[in-house]
Write a protein that binds this ligand. Structure first.
Ligand SMILES: [Zn+2]
Length: 308
């Protein structure tokens, strides 16, 4: 599902028009993606998986729904539902509530992008219920894309939040002209999986500074020539991964073992010999195919963004 087209027109100009949003909600063509504890109904009856969406139904209310936009035919909404609503929902055959993380490599691209959008907003709704200034409840406004404190004297407005994280392919060319990339692994990852280094952007630093800081903190390597490549929304729970490449100016590794349990320099031939994600026959495995890490590595393997 990586490098998605945006599957729908978000129609943000309609969000402040309550009557227009209500009319879309009552449109018989309207479809709702219910999200329960971060999971959405996914249909498993084909090799390429798809979402199961539903007509508007009781007890769902537009005041709790979020308008996602339109694909030209269908007004799309999402709504965070509780345990009772989830258990009372009649699912089609071969359909079950499933987290995007489990099906990201198998779901069709448009549905993956739509679910990424819906899942992020529902997480925000469920975890942003009270005003951080006065403690009063927050009320949905603007088709669920904004919340406002119900205390009139406060009126604090809250917006969905995305946490930026940088992820970087670090390379180095030695004196013999052999290029290597730096890959590491975190303790909690599936055995054998190696990937690009990554970390959250901190207050008061540029993205380029975050790349250089994270590589040095995790691996002890100094980098320069930091260049942006692409990005990927990553709603686990609310990040955006900002992909970079960078050149190493030192190569000796000094690992922060609290963050990563191993890191190594690999040639292209070595990475090309990696197994696919989750294949236990290989000691070294690529990242998930739906990740920006896989995309950055694939670009490097194809030689289309060699550094230097
Ligand atoms: Zn308030």
């Amino acid at each position: 599902m990586f490098i998605q087209q945006q599957p729908i027109d978000r129609q943000d100009h309609l969000r402040k028009d309550d009557a227009a949003v209500a009319a879309l909600w009552h449109d018989p063509k309207a479809r709702v993606l219910p999200i329960h504890k971060g999971a959405c109904p996914v249909n498993f009856d084909q090799d390429v998986l798809s979402l199961a969406a539903f007509p508007v139904q009781a007890p769902w209310q537009v005041s709790h729904a979020i308008y996602l936009g339109t694909d030209g035919q269908t007004p799309w909404f999402t709504i965070a539902i509780d345990d009772d609503q989830a258990s009372n929902l009649t699912l089609p055959a071969d359909t079950e509530f499933t987290d995007l993380r489990k099906v990201g490599m198998r779901i069709n691209a448009d549905d993956g992008a739509l679910l990424t959008y819906a899942k992020g907003l529902c997480f925000w709704h469920e975890n942003t219920t009270h005003c951080s200034r006065c403690g009063s409840q927050l009320k949905n406004i603007q088709a669920g894309h904004t919340k406002r404190c119900v205390n009139e004297a406060c009126g604090h407005m809250v917006f969905p939040r995305t946490d930026p994280a940088v992820i970087m392919l670090v390379t180095h060319t030695d004196s013999d002209g052999v290029e290597r990339c730096l890959l590491g692994r975190s303790p909690g990852w599936p055995a054998g999986m190696y990937s690009t280094l990554a970390g959250f952007v901190e207050c008061g630093e540029s993205l380029e500074q975050a790349v250089a800081r994270e590589v040095f903190e995790e691996a002890g390597v100094r980098v320069n020539h930091v260049q942006y490549i692409t990005s990927q929304p990553w709603p686990f729970p609310r990040s955006i991964m900002l992909g970079f490449k960078a050149e190493a100016i030192t190569t000796e590794l000094a690992l922060d073992t609290h963050e990563i349990e191993d890191a190594q320099w690999f040639t292209r031939a070595q990475v090309q010999a990696f197994g696919t994600w989750g294949d236990p026959a290989y000691d070294y495995q690529m990242p998930r195919t739906d990740s920006i890490a896989f995309y950055l590595l694939s670009l490097w393997l194809n030689g289309s963004h060699t550094t230097g």
